[in-house]
Write a new protein. Structure first.
Length: 89
């Protein structure tokens, strides 16, 4: 399981992205890249990370189900995800 601090850090980044979204859009429209560089790094939406809701893993995240591929496979095999059946794994 991922540390709780990682989830908290991502929440803080999301708040920063929301705070600077309008300013970033305006600076991008003006093509003022020098001013964009002076904004906090966490103001960029690309710094946000999707994490698995069960294991906390950030790689191989499946957005539709909100979990990583490993957790998804395990849950699908156990029949915990409605509508998903084992095909040819």
């Amino acid at each position: 399981m991922a540390k709780e601090a990682w989830f908290e850090r991502n929440k803080r980044k999301a708040a920063t992205v929301k705070k600077y979204a309008a300013l970033r859009a305006e600076l991008k429209k003006k093509k003022d890249y020098a001013a964009l560089q002076k904004l906090p790094r966490d103001a960029s939406p690309t710094r946000l990370v999707n994490r698995c809701s069960m294991s906390g893993r950030r790689h191989a995240y499946i957005r539709k189900f909100g979990c990583s591929r490993l957790t998804f496979r395990e849950a699908a095999l156990n029949g915990l995800i409605p509508g998903v059946t084992k095909a040819s794994w």
